[in-house]
Design a protein around this ligand. Structure first.
Ligand code: AGP
Length: 628
C-alpha cells in the first residue's frame, strides 16, 4: 500500500505574497536622510539590482540622484549622501523590467511640476493605457518605465490633499505595487501604499521608515508594522497613521523582528533556493498576468504582435541546461497546439552543427541570465542564416535581449541560487502563452479549446501554490531516498520533458547520480540498471499516456525498484502500484509540467539538505556560464 502525500485542489482565493523585484526604502526623522537611505539600500544589494537612486526633500524642494550600476557609484556621486540635506527621503534599487537599466529609468521618478517623487516595487499592468491617457493630457514622460505613470497620476489628482491624490492614483492602478511617495508641500511626510508587493513600516523614536524588505531596516529598528494589501500609511517623524483602501483609519500591530541579517536576506528561509521555489506563484503571476487581457494574449512591449507567422514553417528552440529543458516542454506544447514542427537544440551543439535554418525559421532563445555564451553564439549563427529570433529572457538589457529581433521578458525577479527554479517555470509559462497565441493566430486551435486552456493558464499560479503545500511532506521522502547512489526519473511526452529538469535539479545540488529516461525506452537498455530498492521517480501527469507509464512502473517494481510517483489527486490507479505518491492539483494535462516540477524541486532541495550540500552554490557550478 502506498503512502499518500496529498495536496488539495486549487484554493480559489490564495494571494501570493513576498515576491518582488526591486527594493525600496524611505526615511523621515531628525537626521539627514541621504546617508540613512544609502546604508539601507546597501543592505538590499544581495537581491540583485542594476540601478539605484534616492530623492530627498529639503524644505519644499525635492532633489534626486540616480545611477545605473552599483550603489557604490551612487555613494560616490552624492559624496556618501553628504551632497543632500533634508530629513525625509526615498530610495530604490531597481531590477529592470520595463525599460533598460539606465540612469533615466532608475527610480525615483518625479512629477513634471517637481512636486512629487515616487519609488515603486512591482509591476503596473495597465501602464500603457494610463500612459496614453496621461500623454494626451499633456504629461511628459522621461522614462520607459511602468512606474512613471504613478507619479503623473498623483500630480493629476492633487488638489491640495496629498493623501487623497495618492489614494486616487492607486485606485487607477492594476498590478502589484509597493509605493513610497514624497510631496514637496509636506516636507516631513511620506505616503506608503501596498498592493500585492511587500511593504513594512519601521517604527523608531523620532524617526520612522518604510521598506520592501526587513534587511534594509534592521540596522535602524526591529519594530515594524506590516502593511496589508490595499493599505496606505502616512509616515512622519513622530507619527504613523495607517488607512484601509476606503480611507478609514485602522489600528495595526507592531511586531518585533528577531531575525539576524542573513536570515532576513533569505526572507527567513534557510537558502535562497527555497525562497525562490516559494516565490514561484508570484513570479509566474507577474509574468503571465500582464500578457493576458480580455481573453487575448498581448505582447505590447515586445512588438511580437508584428511577427508574420505565415512566413514561419519551422521553429527552432535553443538554450542550455534548464532553459533547454523548458524548451523540451515547449516543443510538445507548440507542436500540439500550433502544428508547426519544433526542433529543440542544445546551444552548444547547434552553434557547430551547420544548421538547416533560413528566413522561414523562427528561433526561440531561452535564457534566464541572457548572457550564456553558447546560447549567444548559437543565436548569432542562426540569425546569420536568416532566422527571426525571439528571446525569452529574465534580465532586461542583457546581451541576448539586445541581439534578438523580439524579446519577451520573464518577470521572475533576480534569481540568486545557482540552480534555477523560478527562471524555469516562468520560461515554461511564456511558452504556454506563445503556443496559445500562435495556435489562435494560425487557426490550429479551436475557440473552445483556446478558451479552456486560456482559463487554465490563468490558474497556474494558484496550482503552483497548491503544489507547494506539499512542502511539509517532502522532507520525509528526502530522508527515505537521500542515501541512494542513483535515482531515475521516468515519464512520457510532457512528463518526460519534466523528468529531464527534475533529474538535473537532483544532480546539480545533491550530487546524486540522477538520470531521466523516456519511460518507453526502459526496455531498450536502461531497465538493466534497476535493482532492489533502486529509486525511480515516475511522472504520471500526462493523462492520455498514464496507463502506459503505469505499465512501466509495474515493470520496474517487478525488478525491485522503489517507486515515487507524481500524479493528480484523482488518480487512484497509481496508489496500488507505487510505493509513495505525491499529488499535484488537477490541471489540463498539457499545462501540468509547470506544476509537477514543483515537488521535484523540493525533493532535490531536501535531498541536498540531507546530504549536507552547499545548496545555493553547488560545487563546480556558476550561475551564469559566460564562457564556452
Ligand atoms: C540550472 O539550474 C542551471 N543553473 C543551468 O542549467 C542554467 O539553466 C543554464 O546554464 C542556462 O542558463 P541561462 O538560462 O542563464 O541561459
Amino acid at each position: 500500500m502506498s503512502r499518500l502525500y496529498n495536496v488539495d485542489i486549487i484554493k480559489p482565493n490564495t494571494i501570493f505574497q513576498g515576491f518582488y523585484m526591486c527594493g525600496i526604502m524611505g526615511y523621515t526623522g531628525s537626521l539627514d536622510a541621504a546617508p540613512i537611505l544609502l546604508e539601507g539600500l546597501k543592505k538590499l544589494e544581495y537581491r540583485g539590482y542594476d540601478s539605484a537612486g534616492i530623492a530627498v526633500m529639503d524644505k519644499n524642494v525635492i532633489s534626486m540622484s540616480k545611477v545605473s550600476g552599483r550603489i557604490a557609484h551612487l555613494c560616490e556621486k552624492t559624496n556618501d549622501g553628504k551632497l543632500f540635506s533634508g530629513h525625509a527621503g526615498i530610495g530604490h534599487t531597481r531590477w529592470a523590467t520595463h525599460g533598460a537599466p539606465t540612469d533615466t529609468n532608475a527610480h525615483p521618478h518625479m512629477s513634471n511640476d517637481g512636486k512629487f517623487a515616487v519609488v515603486h516595487n512591482g509591476i503596473i499592468e495597465n501602464y500603457l493605457t494610463l500612459r496614453d491617457e496621461l500623454k494626451e493630457k499633456g504629461y511628459r514622460f522621461d522614462s520607459q518605465t511602468d512606474t512613471e505613470v504613478v507619479v503623473h497620476l498623483v500630480e493629476m489628482y492633487f488638489e491640495g490633499d496629498f493623501r487623497k491624490a495618492v489614494m486616487k492614483a492607486a485606485s487607477r492602478l492594476q498590478g502589484s505595487y509597493a509605493l513610497g511617495v514624497l510631496c514637496s508641500d509636506e516636507p516631513d511626510k511620506i505616503i506608503a501604499v501596498r498592493e500585492y508587493s511587500p511593504l513594512l513600516i519601521g517604527v523608531g523614536i523620532g524617526d520612522n521608515y518604510f521598506a520592501s524588505d526587513v534587511t534594509a531596516l534592521v540596522q535602524y529598528t526591529r519594530n515594524v508594522i506590516y502593511l496589508d494589501d490595499g493599505e496606505f500609511a502616512e509616515i512622519t517623524k513622530d507619527k504613523i497613521t495607517v488607512y484601509d483602501c476606503t480611507g478609514k483609519e485602522i489600528n495595526k500591530e507592531i511586531n518585533h523582528i528577531s531575525w539576524d541579517i542573513q536570515a532576513a536576506e533569505k526572507g527567513g528561509y534557510e537558502h535562497f533556493m527555497l525562497k525562490e521555489i516559494m516565490e514561484q506563484p508570484g513570479a509566474v503571476k507577474a509574468t503571465i498576468t500582464p500578457r493576458m487581457k480580455d481573453n487575448e494574449i498581448v505582447w505590447d512591449e515586445s512588438g511580437l504582435d508584428k511577427l508574420d507567422l505565415k512566413n514561419v514553417n519551422k521553429i527552432v528552440i535553443t538554450a542550455c541546461g534548464s532553459a533547454y529543458y523548458a524548451g523540451c516542454v515547449g516543443k510538445y506544447v507548440i507542436e500540439e497546439l500550433c502544428r508547426i514542427p519544433v526542433q529543440v537544440e542544445l546551444a552548444s551543439e547547434l552553434r557547430y552543427s551547420n544548421p538547416i535554418i533560413d528566413e522561414h525559421t523562427l528561433l526561440i532563445v531561452l535564457s534566464q541570465s541572457g548572457e550564456t555564451a553558447d546560447t549567444i553564439a548559437a543565436m548569432k549563427e542562426c540569425m546569420k542564416r536568416g532566422a527571426k529570433s525571439l528571446s525569452v529572457v529574465n534580465v532586461v538589457g542583457s546581451t541576448i535581449a539586445k541581439i534578438a529581433d523580439y524579446t519577451v521578458y520573464t518577470w521572475a525577479g533576480p534569481e540568486i541560487a545557482v540552480a534555477t527554479t523560478k527562471g524555469y517555470t516562468t520560461q515554461v509559462s511564456i511558452l504556454y502563452l506563445l503556443a496559445l497565441w500562435m495556435g489562435k493566430k494560425a487557426g490550429t486551435l479551436d475557440e473552445t479549446l483556446y478558451q479552456k486552456l486560456y482559463d487554465n493558464v490563468k490558474m497556474i499560479p494558484k496550482a503552483i501554490q497548491n503544489a507547494l503545500d506539499l512542502n511539509p511532506k517532502i522532507p520525509q521522502l528526502a530522508k527515505k531516498y537521500h542515501s541512494s547512489k542513483a535515482m531515475f526519473f521516468i515519464g512520457r511526452n510532457t512528463d518526460y520533458a519534466v523528468s529531464l529538469e527534475g533529474a538535473l535539479k537532483m544532480k546539480e545540488i545533491s550530487y546524486l547520480h540522477a538520470e531521466a529516461y523516456a519511460a518507453g525506452e526502459l526496455k531498450h537498455g536502461t531497465i538493466a540498471l534497476i535493482d532492489d530498492h533502486q529509486p525511480v521517480i515516475a511522472l504520471c501527469c500526462n493523462s492520455s499516456l498514464q496507463e502506459k507509464t503505469i505499465s512501466n512502473i509495474v515493470e520496474v517494481k517487478a525488478r525491485g525498484a522503489e517507486v515515487l510517483a507524481v500524479t493528480y489527486k484523482d488518480n487512484s490507479n497509481i496508489i496500488s502500484v507505487a510505493d509513495d505518491v505525491i499529488y499535484i492539483p488537477q490541471i489540463e494535462s498539457i499545462l501540468s509540467p509547470v506544476v509537477e516540477i514543483i515537488p521535484l524541486q523540493l525533493l532535490a532541495y531536501y535531498v541536498a539538505k540531507e546530504n549536507g550540500c552547499d545548496i545555493d552554490k553547488p560545487k563546480n557550478l556558476a550561475k551564469s556560464v559566460t564562457v564556452e
